[in-house]
Design a protein around this ligand. Structure first.
Ligand SMILES: [Zn+2]
Length: 292
């Protein structure tokens, strides 16, 4: 599943290129998770102002309205030009083996379920499992956008994610800290691997109840969450073609994971075997010595 870093890398791959483009047409394939919510022809002629990210949603601002894009479990966005001799402007994410140059935009494939043709290039969503979606809203604060974005926690890499707010929010949760991070209603983006790694970096036991975390430790966790996600984006952005990815769960970041997927192996700091346990439906990895 694409996590926040992959979504952010995807955004950076085409946001600057599509900003200022005019929509020429929209084509749909099979139904995605939610309906588009507007007649495709109604989008023709609209201007793409830019692409932002909120959690794992990409928000494409138009001169009138906004398109929310979500990659679901298996979605990938590609950005193409269809000039003769051109190649895709953006590698598929997670990347496949290098693609041969394509003289023309290929016809819609069986897993291509959304295509936005513009005068700057064509954005295509390929999504075999169809849990992804492209949804139109009149504005971000109107449904269905408002409903989809409601309840998302703070953006970990934004200035709004400050230590005081983080500590205050944790102080009100009695669930284990790992669960609180995964839920995403305090801070978004700390998916399973990132939550495990951030808790290790902060020296916090994943089962510790959130409201029992001191201010000093909340500060360390705040720093760790930001660093882990920033590092993943940096790694992904600099090695787009090196992902060992199959279906998104075990990405490039796992190559440098210190606890995730390392059950029974020695902790890189103290040598104690890394332990694994189940929390909710997910595996948690931690060092019983370094994390209290
Ligand atoms: Zn250790």
């Amino acid at each position: 599943m694409p996590e926040l870093p992959e979504v952010e890398i995807t955004r950076r791959g085409f946001a600057d290129r599509i900003a200022g483009a005019h929509i020429q047409s929209v084509r749909l394939g099979q139904p995605l998770r939610w309906p588009l919510g507007i007649a495709p022809a109604a989008l023709t002629g609209r201007l793409v102002r830019g692409v932002r990210r909120r959690g794992k949603y990409l928000l494409m601002d138009l001169d009138h309205g906004v398109l929310l894009l979500h990659l679901g479990m298996s979605g990938r966005l590609h950005f193409w030009r269809d000039l003769e001799g051109d190649v895709p402007l953006m590698a598929p994410l997670p990347p496949l083996p290098p693609l041969p140059p394509l003289p023309l935009l290929p016809p819609l494939g069986r897993h291509d379920h959304f295509e936005l043709r513009t005068d700057r290039g064509h954005l295509r969503l390929t999504d075999p499992r169809r849990f992804g979606a492209v949804v139109y809203a009149e504005r971000e604060t109107a449904d269905p956008a408002a409903k989809l974005l409601h309840g998302l926690g703070m953006e970990p890499l934004s200035d709004n994610f400050d230590v005081q707010s983080f500590y205050a929010a944790l102080h009100q949760r009695r669930a284990p800290i790992k669960q609180v991070l995964l839920t995403g209603d305090v801070v978004v983006g700390a998916g399973n691997i990132y939550a495990c790694e951030a808790l290790f970096a902060a020296g916090i036991r994943p089962t510790l109840r959130a409201h029992r975390i001191s201010r000093a430790r909340a500060q360390r966790l705040h720093t760790a969450v930001r660093e882990v996600l920033a590092r993943a984006i940096e790694r992904g952005g600099s090695s787009l073609r090196d992902f060992a990815h199959v279906d998104g769960q075990l990405g490039y970041f796992q190559l440098e994971a210190k606890v995730y997927g390392r059950a029974g192996q020695p902790c890189l700091i103290c040598g104690t075997p890394i332990r694994q346990l189940r929390q909710g439906q997910r595996s948690t990895f931690y060092c019983p010595q370094c994390q209290k």
